[in-house]
Design a protein around this ligand. Structure first.
Ligand SMILES: Cc1cc2nc3c(=O)[nH]c(=O)nc-3n(C[C@H](O)[C@H](O)[C@H](O)COP(=O)(O)OP(=O)(O)OC[C@H]3O[C@@H](n4cnc5c(N)ncnc54)[C@H](O)[C@@H]3O)c2cc1C
Length: 498
C-alpha cells in the first residue's frame, strides 16, 4: 500500500492525500451517521486529469473507491468501502463558464449548490433545484442523488437542469454525456447518470440550465390545527389546477425545532403550510386569493403573506433549517423518505402518530407536501439502551406504511444503503422497489466503484431502451458492471468532447 500511496501523492500532492487516522474520521460517514467505515485514505484531486489518474490506480489495484461531494447525503452514498479510498471532489469547486444568452452554466462537481445562484442572480437568473442543504451540498452530490427541494414541485428535480456531464468511468477513461443544447441527439445518457448515486463514474464537469427569475414571488403561511387539515388543503390547491412554486408542510415538533434554531416567527400550530406562488403579478395575485380561500375553508385560523423579501427569506430559512434543527429537541434522529399520493396524507399522518405513540418515540414531520414527499424524523437518544433499535424499527414501520399507501421511497432512500430498508422493501410484493436486489461483484471483478452496491434491476421498458442504446459499440463492460441483468451487448460510442 505504501507504494500506492506514493503514487497517489505524486498525482495530487502532499496536501491532496489524507491518510492520518485523526483526519480520516471526518470522512468515515456522511449524513447517515449511524453507518461508519474508516477509509484507507482520502484523495482530493484538483483536475479531471488527476481524477482519471487516481481512478486508474484504483482500477489497477482493484481498490474500491467512493466519490464524495460535501458528505451531506442522508443515504450513505459517500460511506467509504472497507479497505477502499474516498475521492473527494471538494477542491474541484470552480464555476468554469456562465453563458447568459443560452442560460447555461458549466461547473466542476465540488461547486456548492447555492453558489450557482449566487453567481447568476445579479443578472436575475437562478439555479432552481434547492435541497434544504443547498448552502453546503455540492452539485456533484446533487447530480448523483438527483436531488430535489421545495421548488422542484414547479421547476423539476436536478435531472431537469443537467444538460451535460463529463464523467470519469471506473477504468479511468473519460466520456461526455449530453451537451449544451436541449435535447441532444441520441440516448439520454446524462439522464441515466443523474440519480445513479456515484455508481457509474465520477462526474468532473456538469452543464447546468439556469432559469430567469419570475416577475413576482409571494409566500403564504397558513396555520392549521393539525397536518390532516393542512394535507386536505394541499390536495384542494392542486385539484384546482394550480402549480405553486412550492408547497411545504411542517408539524408542531418540526416548527418547534425550526423556531428554536432560527426564530422564523412561525405560528405555533399543529400543521403549518408554506405556499409560494411566482409568475406575473396579476396571475400571482389572483391565485393567492384562491389559495387563501382554500386554506380558510380547510380550517386555517391564521393566514399571513410575507411582506418583504427579508421576511420571505426568513420563512424559508426556518423550513430549510428544520432537519439540522432537530438537534435542538433531540440528540439523535433517523430521517425516512417516502413518497405517497397527496390524497393519502391525512390518513398516513394519523397512522404515523399512532405508530409513534405505540413505539414511545416522537416523530417530527417535514414534507415537500406538493409532491407527497414525506420526511418523518424519528427522534431518539442513542445513550438510552434499546432506543436506537426502537427508532430503526419505527422508521421501518413508517416506510412500510408509505408503501402500503401506494407509492415508494424517494431517491434519498439509496439503493446502496441502508440495506435494511431495502430488505424491508423487497419483502413488500407490490412495491416498485422490489425490482432492487443486491448484486455482489463476482470474484475478480474490476468494478472498483463501491462494490457493495445495490444494483437496480431495471424494469423491462427501461432495460429495453438501454439495450437499444448499447447496440453499436465497445464499452459494454462498465454497463454490465452496473446492470448485470442486461444481455451481453456492446456499449455505445461516447462522444469524446462537447
Ligand atoms: C440538513 C439536510 C437537508 C437535506 N435536504 C435535502 C433536500 O431537501 N433534498 C434532497 O434531495 N436532499 C437533501 N439532503 C441530502 C443531501 O444534501 C443531498 O442528497 C445532496 O445532493 C448531497 O450532496 P453532497 O455534495 O453532500 O454529496 P455526498 O453526500 O458527498 O454524496 C452523495 C452521493 O453522491 C456521490 N457523488 C458525490 N460527488 C460525485 C461526483 N462528482 N460524481 C459522482 N458521484 C458523486 C457520492 O458517491 C454519493 O453517492 C439534505 C441533507 C441534509 C443534511
Amino acid at each position: 500500500m505504501g507504494h500506492t500511496f506514493d503514487e497517489l501523492r505524486a498525482i495530487v500532492g502532499d496536501r491532496g492525500l489524507i491518510s492520518s487516522a485523526e483526519e480520516l474520521h471526518t470522512y468515515e460517514c456522511d449524513g447517515l451517521t449511524n453507518f461508519r467505515v474508516m477509509p484507507r485514505a482520502v484523495v482530493l484531486p484538483n483536475t479531471t486529469e488527476q481524477v482519471q489518474a487516481v481512478v486508474r490506480i484504483c482500477h489497477r489495484e482493484r481498490m474500491p473507491f467512493v466519490a464524495r461531494g460535501s458528505g451531506t447525503g442522508l443515504s450513505g452514498g459517500a460511506l467509504p468501502v472497507e479497505n477502499g479510498i474516498v475521492i473527494s471532489l471538494a477542491r474541484m469547486n470552480r464555476i468554469l463558464e456562465v453563458d447568459f444568452p443560452n442560460a447555461r452554466v458549466v461547473v466542476e462537481p465540488g461547486v456548492i449548490n447555492l453558489d450557482v445562484t449566487g453567481r447568476v442572480s445579479p443578472q436575475d437568473y437562478f439555479y432552481a433545484p434547492d435541497p434544504s442543504s443547498q448552502s453546503i451540498c455540492s452539485i456533484g452530490g446533487n447530480v448523483a442523488e438527483n436531488s430535489g427541494g421545495a421548488h422542484c414541485l414547479k421547476y423539476g428535480f436536478t435531472t431537469t437542469h443537467v444538460l451535460g456531464l463529463e464523467v470519469v468511468l471506473p477504468d479511468g477513461s473519460l466520456v461526455h454525456f449530453g451537451g449544451k443544447t436541449l435535447d441532444a441527439p441520441g440516448y439520454d445518457l446524462a439522464g441515466v447518470f443523474v440519480g445513479s448515486e456515484g455508481t457509474l463514474g465520477v462526474a468532473t464537469k456538469i452543464i447546468l440550465r439556469i432559469v430567469k427569475r419570475p416577475e413576482c414571488v409571494r409566500t403564504l403561511l397558513a396555520a392549521f390545527p393539525s397536518t390532516n387539515e393542512a394535507g386536505a388543503a394541499v390536495s384542494d390547491i392542486i385539484a384546482e389546477g394550480m402549480l405553486p412554486a412550492a408547497i411545504e408542510m411542517m408539524d408542531n415538533l418540526a416548527i418547534q425545532a425550526a423556531e428554536a434554531a432560527v426564530h422564523a416567527n412561525y405560528p405555533n400550530c399543529g400543521g403549518l403550510l408554506l405556499v409560494e406562488l411566482d409568475g406575473p403579478v396579476a396571475e400571482v395575485d389572483a391565485l393567492m386569493t384562491e389559495v387563501k380561500k382554500i386554506c380558510s375553508s380547510n380550517g386555517a385560523p391564521e393566514i399571513r403573506v410575507a411582506q418583504s423579501d427579508a421576511e420571505r427569506a426568513l420563512v424559508w430559512k426556518g423550513r430549510k433549517a428544520a432537519f439540522a434543527a432537530m438537534g435542538r429537541i433531540s440528540p439523535n434522529y433517523i430521517v425516512q423518505d417516502g413518497v405517497i399520493p397527496r390524497t393519502a396524507l391525512p390518513q398516513v399522518m394519523s397512522e404515523i402518530e399512532r405508530l409513534s405513540q405505540a413505539g414511545g418515540l416522537r416523530v417530527a414531520n417535514v414534507f415537500h407536501a406538493g409532491d407527497g414527499n414525506l420526511h418523518p424524523l424519528v427522534l431518539y437518544d442513542r445513550r438510552i439502551a434499546g432506543q436506537e433499535e426502537a427508532a430503526e424499527a419505527l422508521s421501518s414501520q413508517i416506510l412500510e406504511l408509505c408503501i402500503a399507501a401506494g407509492v415508494a421511497p424517494s431517491t434519498h432512500c439509496s439503493f446502496r444503503i441502508p440495506r435494511k430498508s431495502f430488505q424491508l422493501l423487497a419483502s413488500v410484493a407490490k412495491s416498485p422497489v422490489n425490482t432492487c436486489r443486491t448484486r455482489p461483484n463476482p470474484q475478480g471483478s474490476r468494478n472498483v466503484i463501491d462494490p457493495r452496491r445495490w444494483t437496480p434491476q431495471l424494469n423491462p421498458k427501461r432495460a429495453a431502451c438501454i439495450r437499444r442504446c448499447a447496440t453499436n459499440s465497445w464499452r459494454l463492460w462498465e454497463m454490465r458492471m452496473c446492470m448485470r441483468r442486461l444481455p451481453r451487448m456492446p456499449w455505445p460510442e461516447f462522444s469524446r468532447s462537447w
